[in-house]
Design a protein around this ligand. Structure first.
Ligand SMILES: [Zn+2]
Ligand SMILES: [Zn+2]
Length: 215
C-alpha cells in the first residue's frame, strides 16, 4: 500500500484514494513503517473560508504518517496556487504556494484532569527517526477515536504559511493616500499637483504657518 502511494506525483492529479481517505486515515493503518497519503484537495475539503486563505482550484497534499509508540508524526508538503490580496494596492494576485509541514498527533486524554507533563512530548520527539531537525518544535494536534482528522491541521498549516504582508510586487506603488487611485496604473492628479521638491512642501507649510501667525 505504501509503495503504491509513494509513486504518486504531487502534480500528477492521480488519486488512488478518495479524498475522504486522505483526510481521515485510520489509526490502525499508521505504523512505524509509515503510511503515505496524497491527493488534491479543494478549499471546501480543507474547510478553508475566504477569511482564512484563498487557493486556486486545489492544493496537492503529500503526507507521510508514522506511528512511534503512541505518537503519530506527520511530515508532508502542500503545493498549489494561493490567492493573496496585496497590502499596498489591495488587488488579488496569484502566488505559488509550496511548503513543508511537520506536526505531531497525540491521542486526546479524557482522563480526569491529569496535567500533561511537559516533558513527556520532548522525550518522544527524541525517538523520532532522525532527519537532523530534532530541535524543531513540531505543532501538536490531538486525535480521538479510530482515525485522524487531517483537514483542520492542513487548514491551519495553510493559514500559517500565508505571508503576513503579501505584496503583488516588491515595487508595488500602492494606492494614493488622498484619492485612492492605483498608482501602478499611472500617477493621479494629486501627484501632479505636488510634483515639486520636498522643499516646496516645506515652503508652503512655512507660508501657511506665517499666514496664521500674522492674523
Ligand atoms: Zn500591489
Ligand atoms: Zn491621488
Amino acid at each position: 500500500m505504501i509503495a503504491d502511494c509513494e509513486m504518486l506525483g504531487l502534480d500528477g492529479g492521480m488519486r488512488l484514494r478518495t479524498t475522504m481517505d486522505v483526510l481521515t486515515p485510520k489509526i490502525v493503518d499508521i505504523t512505524a513503517e509509515g503510511l503515505s497519503l496524497s491527493g488534491n484537495l479543494t478549499s471546501e475539503e480543507l474547510g478553508l473560508t475566504d477569511a482564512d486563505a484563498s487557493i486556486r482550484d486545489t492544493v496537492a497534499v503529500g503526507l507521510d504518517l508514522r506511528a512511534i509508540e503512541r505518537t503519530i508524526y506527520v511530515t508532508g508538503v502542500m503545493e498549489g496556487t494561493a490567492v493573496h490580496q496585496c497590502v499596498r494596492c489591495l488587488k488579488d494576485f496569484d502566488a505559488p504556494l509550496a511548503f513543508s509541514l511537520r506536526v505531531v498527533y497525540e491521542r486526546e486524554v479524557k482522563a480526569p484532569v491529569v496535567a500533561k507533563q511537559p516533558d513527556a512530548r520532548k522525550k518522544k520527539t527524541q525517538t523520532l527517526p532522525d532527519d537532523g531537525e530534532e530541535d524543531q518544535n513540531d505543532d501538536l494536534y490531538y486525535f480521538s477515536g479510530d482515525h485522524l482528522e487531517l483537514a483542520p491541521m492542513l487548514r491551519e498549516q495553510l493559514i500559517l504559511a500565508a505571508p503576513m504582508h503579501p505584496l503583488c510586487s516588491e515595487e508595488c506603488l500602492g494606492l494614493c493616500a488622498r484619492c485612492g487611485k492605483d498608482l501602478n496604473e499611472g500617477p493621479c492628479r494629486c501627484r501632479e499637483e505636488s510634483t515639486g521638491s520636498p522643499f516646496d512642501v516645506l515652503r508652503t507649510m512655512k507660508d501657511k504657518l506665517r499666514g496664521t501667525g500674522n492674523r
